[in-house]
Design a protein around this ligand. Structure first.
Ligand code: KIV
Length: 257
């Protein structure tokens, strides 16, 4: 298998739909990579899935850098994308570029950031001009959970849909190589996918996107509660719990070691 690059991901638009996942450590990144997953995101969903927080806002750049290093050592062929944590790209462009550079030096091939404001689009352009590919993120932006007052589907009214479409076009014009569409109506995601020349990657945005994200812990059945759009491809929680139980019982019964 050839290594996935920004170019091969872009060229897949309209030809092959890409099933992509998050991962946060070397062991799972290696398994995803061996399974042929084209893009692995070191998501700030590490906050909920690994660090035990209620949302993504507490993730620090150091958490991401450590995980990016591990994932990039585990994955041989997948494109590794670092999700810039909340607070690492909002306080000025120079700081944002420095933080994105740290992610690339830690092993990422690209960075992801949320939003499509004028400031964010200028930052996307500057990052790309500095040699850092950017995967954009519009629709529901989890780092804005406190602005929304909860994780709420976006783009539901005609005006809101027009705003998400305009955001997607703005990040494309700014130079993003791909755009995440999170929690928007499927019809809107289909319209955006048709309107853009860069690939879209959906999560809770219906089947018509060029690619899909699934959070690894949701896909593998490690989370008890998952969003309605998730499909569990395994029940690892049960497998792992049973293995721990069997081990504890074996030790108690002097059956191990
Ligand atoms: O951090 C995350 O898991 C994400 C999703 C869009 C995949 O950003």
């Amino acid at each position: 298998m050839k290594r996935w690059t920004v170019q091969t991901v872009t060229e897949a638009k309209g030809k092959t739909k890409l099933g992509c996942v998050t991962a946060y450590d070397a062991a799972f990144a290696r398994l995803a990579d061996e399974a042929g997953v084209p893009i692995i995101l070191v998501g700030d969903s590490m906050g909920n899935n690994v660090l035990g927080y209620a949302n993504t806002l507490n993730v620090e750049l150091e958490d991401t850098l450590r995980a990016v290093g591990a994932v990039s050592r585990g994955a041989k062929d997948a494109l590794v994308v670092a999700d810039l944590p909340f607070g690492t790209y909002q306080a000025g462009q120079d700081r944002a570029v420095e933080n994105a550079v740290k992610c690339i030096k830690a092993g990422a091939d690209a960075v992801k950031l949320e939003g499509a404001s004028v400031e964010v689009c200028l930052l996307i352009r500057r990052l790309v001009e500095s040699g850092i590919p950017v995967l954009a993120h519009v629709g529901m932006q989890p780092q804005s959970v406190n602005v929304y007052g909860g994780f709420k589907k976006q783009g539901k009214t005609r005006e809101a849909a027009a705003k998400v479409m305009a955001d997607a076009k703005a990040v494309e014009a700014a130079g993003a190589f791909m755009v995440t569409l999170e929690c928007i109506p499927a019809e809107l995601a289909a319209e955006i996918t048709a309107a853009l020349s860069i690939p879209t990657i959906g999560i809770g945005a219906g089947p018509v996107c060029d690619a899909q994200w699934l959070v690894m812990h949701d896909l593998l059945g490690l989370n008890e509660r998952v969003p309605g759009f998730v499909r569990k491809y395994a029940d690892l929680a049960a497998v792992v719990r049973d293995a721990f139980k069997a081990y504890v019982a074996d030790v108690a019964a002097s059956a191990f070691p």
